[in-house]
Ligand binder design. Structure first.
Ligand SMILES: [Zn+2]
Length: 419
């Protein structure tokens, strides 16, 4: 992920032997970032803050305009009307990104333009736990194809990339799912399979749903927390770990499997085949068993189940309240491990955990205070996700957008009219 606004701009031709394309890329990204953060800025403003010459800024701005990333505006930052063409603002209406999500119970798509305006949103109930990978990928490709058509329908649009969120261990380099316990998928080349089905040469990346959700939450915060953990709360429980403002992926990209940390050696068998994982205590099936057993076997979208659970909590029946208290306690045990290891500033609850957060957090905080070795000094906030069940697919579309901001050269320049 590109770090916004950090470091000095690289001066063109500042040292011999520097890759000119890399220099140009970095400077274009710097100017684009200035426009994004300033909303409406002049070339002179950018020259001052980037320490590039005005001539260089003008040349870079012309190139960004040519690529459809920024445009000239008559408006000034203070809202007054200035001389036309003096100020710059983000354009990107013709540059789009598509996020896709494979969830154990649904498939989703979300297409936006560069400014984050949502152009297409789809969500389809789909039992990926029972379907084989080929069928699931066929359905996902069909949704993607529809979304791509809709994105293209918005004008002369350029699809910058597709990112797929998957509930499993992902080799992000190759776009292959190593292992997704709840889907029982092993070594599935998601990026390659989608590329075959969709044709074309749009870049396709694949990442873990918890990582993408964590990034979506991070971007949603006016003051992003440098140390944040996102917990997915569906059939499976995983963590997206952000430390020092960056995703902590681990050496092979397989960090964050908090759901498979053993908490009860004599407990139930988990989807991964091991016994007593945290997921068997706080995954959606566990809370349904504990708080609303009559809802447990209904084969419905997890979001609907979460709303039914929330209703049960609001009704305040003794069985439900005891169940939420028990789940909250196990949640606190899980969060205490994160707090003792990573000392996050905030733990964000996603999925059903977010929907019923008010009924889980009191017990979780009691447990956390009790188990935090550094005491209250290390106890963090536990909060519900801003985006609920759409966090992963939002994160997916946003990493494509962030990649464009990191490397504006990914977007082709407009073809010059001839004659
Ligand atoms: Zn497990």
């Amino acid at each position: 992920m590109a770090e916004r606004g950090s470091g000095e701009a690289v001066r063109l031709g500042a040292s011999a032997g520097v890759d000119q394309t890399a220099v140009r890329r970095a400077n274009l990204a710097r100017v684009l970032d200035e426009v994004r953060r300033g909303e409406v800025v002049s070339r002179a403003d950018i020259a001052t803050s980037s320490k590039l010459t005005k001539a260089t800024v003008s040349s870079l701005a012309a190139e960004l305009i040519d690529r459809g990333l920024i445009r000239e505006t008559g408006l000034r930052r203070d809202g007054a009307v200035g001389r036309p063409g003096r100020s710059l603002e983000l354009d990107g209406g013709g540059i789009t990104a598509l996020g896709l999500e494979i969830n154990s119970q649904y498939l989703a798509a979300r297409g936006t333009d560069l400014a984050g305006r949502v152009i297409v949103e789809r969500r389809l109930g789909f039992d990926a736990m029972r379907a084989d990978p080929e069928t699931t990928l066929d359905r996902l490709a069909a949704i993607a194809r529809e979304a791509v058509t809709e994105l293209a329908g918005t004008g002369s649009s350029f699809l910058a990339g597709i990112a797929v969120a998957v509930p499993g261990l992902v080799d992000a380099e190759t776009g292959r799912v190593r292992y997704a316990p709840n889907l029982e998928w092993r070594s599935i080349p998601i990026a390659e399979a989608l590329r075959e089905r969709l044709g074309g040469d749009v870049p396709i990346v694949v990442d873990n749903e918890a990582n993408l959700s964590a990034l979506a939450e991070l971007h949603s915060m006016p003051q992003p927390a440098a140390d944040l953990v996102y917990l997915t709360g569906e059939v499976g429980v995983g963590a997206g770990l952000i430390t020092g403002g960056r995703l902590l992926r681990g050496s092979g990209g397989f960090s964050g499997e908090i759901g498979h940390v053993p908490v009860d050696l004599d407990g139930q068998v988990c989807g991964c085949g091991r016994r007593g994982c945290l997921e068997t205590k706080i995954g959606l099936p566990a809370v349904l068993r504990a708080a609303a057993p009559d809802l447990a076997d209904r084969d419905v979208d997890p979001q609907e189940q979460a709303h039914a659970l929330r209703q049960r909590a609001e009704d305040g029946g003794p069985e439900a309240m005891a169940g939420f208290d028990e789940i909250g306690r196990w949640l606190g045990i899980g969060v205490s491990m994160l707090v003792n290891l990573l000392n996050p500033g905030v733990v964000v609850l996603g999925g059903y955990l977010g929907t019923v957060a008010p009924y889980l957090v009191p017990a979780a905080m009691r447990e956390l205070r009790d188990r935090s070795v550094a005491g209250d000094a290390a106890v963090c906030r536990i909060t519900a996700s801003t985006y609920g069940f759409s966090a992963a697919v939002r994160g997916a579309s946003s990493i494509v957008i962030e990649e464009v901001f990191r490397d504006p050269l990914r977007i082709p320049a407009a073809e010059k009219a001839v004659g």
